[in-house]
Design a binder for this molecule. Structure first.
Ligand SMILES: Cc1ncc(COP(=O)(O)O)c(C=O)c1O
Length: 468
């Protein structure tokens, strides 16, 4: 196991507080067993998300003081625009307050009801924004992605046969663009290879369909290409990123991940026809095109973060720290999704808790137990997030994977805290039989995982589940 050494030292600290299991049990009951409803102050190691949780560098903090808060034409916008163009290469750069707004602007412009957007696997906000337009969000990832034990190096790849089938089924005119999510968050943070990007591009050229990237974790994806794909070992991350984006026509970006900022995002693209409508919508719902829902200082921090994230020492520590956690768990026999992804370790809840049926939410039950016993917060990526009622029958369709994602914030936790997480999970695994399933007592019509409420099954034998 390789020990990931930090390429930074700590200059500012934020105290965190330990709570007791009894306190956490009460908090869980008050929160309806939904970890999104737990106050962050009562979490010891918070692995809910790597989104917006990064520690900024001294250079980024210094950049905040250089914020030019002019309504129009802030100098920070030009710095940001130049940075995005130099990495991603697309003509138009549209700042947004976060990734889902970039998705919303794009899809509300290009989609009409009945259309379809294929992707390797859509992230939940991407799917929701597409479905909000009355269109279909279809996944076409390679089949290895659904086998947690398969060690293929690029499990985020698009299945080109499946993609072509979708194009034939739906018709080219009803597919305004195809997306590729790099790395593929909902499939375990798995990368997409350059070869697959190139082949996807070639296929789409035959049908004249544009290719867009969901680029949130582009630098981590490029790091995997450098590590795993023949011909890239001696290329810089910037160079790899430039090649990758050249095969596309645009991207949506949540800079809360590989932008190393706490808020920010953008949409970048070449298409002149789409840009006009997107800009008009931006002004209506976000702000003027040179700030797009952000302050000038946020744009400066984002410009600096986008450069820092390309640093190989940083990336090797970043991916190394995630791998360190994964390997500690794997060596102890804890079932995890393999290979270990770029931003998170995914516990395979089906194998961790084989005694809990999928309709009793094994991954949510595991996340609850991890918080109650150790104050560690992960997130369910399984039936709560992706389970769907079939129209007509009302039958619940369960996703193939049932996982708890332990997303590691960037530059935030020490390796000692990561070792504590591993030790806690190994302990929980040894006592796994006592973990109980849950029943859902409230669900919202969209993105239900954020607000759903549950009861523990043994406490609520009388409660009728709202889904079966
Ligand atoms: C792959 C992917 N796409 C889009 C988003 C949405 O970004 P945001 O949370 O900034 O709206 C996320 C956020 O986690 C994501 O992981």
């Amino acid at each position: 196991m390789k020990f990931p050494s930090e390429p930074f030292k700590i200059k500012v600290v934020e105290p965190i507080r330990r709570t007791t299991p009894v306190e956490r049990d009460r908090l869980l009951r008050d929160a309806g067993y939904n970890l999104f409803r737990i106050p962050a102050e009562s979490v010891y190691v918070d692995l809910l998300t790597d989104s917006g949780t990064s520690a900024m560098s001294d250079s980024q903090w210094a950049g905040l003081m250089l914020g030019d808060e002019s309504y129009a034409g802030s100098k920070n916008f030009y710095h940001f625009e130049e940075t995005v163009r130099s990495i991603f290469g697309y003509t138009h750069v549209i700042p947004t307050h976060q990734g889902r707004m970039a998705e919303n602007l794009l899809f509300s412009t290009v989609l009409k009801p009945g259309m379809c957007v294929p992707n390797n696997i859509h992230f939940d906000t991407t799917r929701a924004n597409i479905e909000h337009q009355g269109a279909e969000a279809t996944n076409a990832v390679v089949k290895e992605a659904y086998d947690p034990a398969d060690e293929s190096p690029f499990k985020g790849n698009m299945d080109l046969g499946r993609l072509e089938e979708i194009i034939h089924r739906v018709g080219r005119d009803r597919i305004p663009l195809v997306l590729l999510t790099i790395t593929n968050n909902s499939g375990g943070g798995q990368p997409v290879s350059m070869e697959n990007v190139r082949e996807t591009r070639a296929l789409l050229n035959r049908y004249e369909i544009p290719l867009f990237f969901d680029a949130c974790r582009f630098a981590e994806n490029c790091f995997f290409i450098k590590e795993r794909e023949p011909g890239y070992a001696d290329r810089s991350i910037l160079d790899i990123a430039r090649e990758l984006f050249r095969y596309g026509d645009g991207c949506t970006m949540s800079a809360k991940k590989d932008g190393l900022v706490n808020i920010g995002g953008f949409l970048s693209l070449n298409d002149e026809r789409w840009v006009q409508d997107i800009t008009n919508m931006l002004i209506l719902v976000e702000g003027f095109p040179t700030y797009g829902g952000l302050a000038g200082r946020d744009l400066e921090a984002m410009a600096r973060g986008l450069r820092e994230v390309l640093d190989e020492d940083y990336l090797s520590f970043r991916v190394g720290q995630v791998r360190y956690l994964g390997e500690l768990l794997d060596h102890a026999g804890v079932p995890i999704l393999k290979p270990i992804g770029g931003h998170a370790v995914y516990l395979n809840a089906k194998d961790f808790l084989p005694h809990i049926a999928q309709h009793e939410f094994p991954a949510q039950s595991l996340a609850v137990a991890l918080y109650r016993d150790f104050g560690i917060r992960g997130v369910e990526i399984g039936t709560v997030m992706f389970g769907k009622k079939e129209t007509g029958t009302g039958r619940v369709l369960h996703p193939k994977l049932e996982m708890v994602r332990l997303a590691i914030p960037r530059r935030v936790y020490t390796n000692m805290q990561i070792a504590y997480v591993a030790e806690s999970i190994i302990d929980l695994y040894r006592r796994r039989e006592r973990i109980r399933g849950l029943t859902m007592t409230y669900e919202a019509p969209v993105l239900r995982h954020f607000t759903a409420r549950f009861e523990e099954l043994d406490r609520t034998a009388h409660i009728q589940p709202v889904i079966s």
